[in-house]
Ligand binder design. Sequence first.
Ligand code: 5AD
Ligand code: SF4
Length: 469
Amino acid sequence: MNLPNMKEAQTRTTDKTNYIYLNNNADKAYAGKKYFIRTYGCQMNVHDSEEISARLENLGFSKVETIEEADIVILNTCAIRENAHDKLYGFLGRCKHEKENNNKDLIICICGCMPQEEKVANDLIKNHPYVDIVFGTHNIFELEDMLLNKMERQDIRVYSKEGEVYENIPYKRDSKFKAWVDIQYGCDKFCTYCIVPYTRGKQRSRKSEEIIKEVECLVKNGYKEVTLLGQNVNAYGKDINDLSFAELLLKVSDTGIDRVRFVTSHPWDFSDDMINAIASRDNIMPYIHLPLQSGSSRILKLMGRRYTKEEYITLFKKIKDTIKNVAVTTDIIVGFPNETEEDFNETLEVVNECKYDSAFTFIYSPREGTPAAKMQDDISLEVKEERLHKLNDLVNKYAKENNLKYEGKIVKVLLEDYSEKDKNLLMGYTDTMKLVNVKADPKYLGSIVDVKITSAKSWSLDGEIVEEK
Ligand code: 5AD
Ligand code: SF4
């Protein structure tokens, strides 16, 4: 097979203006064909997959749930930690087997953050020639073109630099009730461990008027909830001299949408105006994801996080004191290079102080090309795993304690689907983002209803609808 080299692939030019909208020349070229899509990683990727789905359906594809039924398999990848790579390559092996043994015409496509890493893109070219199409996070708009002009050889399109911000992107949304709304792409924070600024590019905010237009359209179409998406939403607008995030939140709240959420916040740009905006509106949900990463000021400095342990706790308290019934969750990394027992104990101290509603915890994973990957590390994996277990025990304890406070209470839940654990139940989230499995008639799907909480577990609540008499 004639393989393109990376340079050729990366410099390949496409006139972007032709493809940002749905390609009008598609003419359902793939009518009757089926697509399977698997998404790894964060909400940005989940939302990108909604764009990919819209583009595939524009070509005539319809969605299936297994690779055996599919004519094209799309793997939308994540690069944040090494184990994301392992998961991808495991699944890719299954796709290869399917192509070699059952369906030689199966189109295998890899996209998302992993191909943005040169090492991965080169590996896909050299070692995985059965992969047909590879595209990066800045090239999704080219998917229809790649399929309409499908090449014999591997087609790789990875722009190393971010492009402009485009509007009117098509989405096939997974839910009829809640929607993701991008407000900004990329990240400028360059925390020393993090690959995101390299895979997603520098921060680019969308114009506030475009965001509001999108939310108004969602309200008109019956959506109950929007989640404003960005790697660091509090820095919204700073790159284009637009509204601040606090002002944007209030404008989105003014559209009359029932629920406004947002992820992710960085403690650094978290202003008093933001706290006051959240506290002032009933339709801005009292739920904040506030990544801590480490409780040691020494490690925070090495991570390039721009706040100390004390500053974080002060902010946390201000949030708790100002926003009624707010729930706060966090991200924590253990085993950053040379994290001492004292450093780790400081992380535990902050968890004891903040008593988070829940936390995502990770063992540090070196990412090639980031400053932290060059730091010498003398802590063994065994010690790191021990720390993770200890941290998880503490996190679980507080998660359960927080959830137990809900028992017997009546809370508002947006019923969004059938429950995964029991199809006779519905599921949804409280305003504080607690997952609730609810005994309720399916006619309430898509409604925000009162639910009495009957029992609490560490990671979810059980309840029953309180019907009006
Ligand atoms: N190793 C481990 N965890 C990481 N995260 C980001 N980069 C790394 C890394 N190299 C975690 C952070 C971030 C979350 C999305 O993933 O905690 O907040
Ligand atoms: Fe990564 Fe830091 Fe940006 Fe978050 S704020 S995406 S951790 S660089």
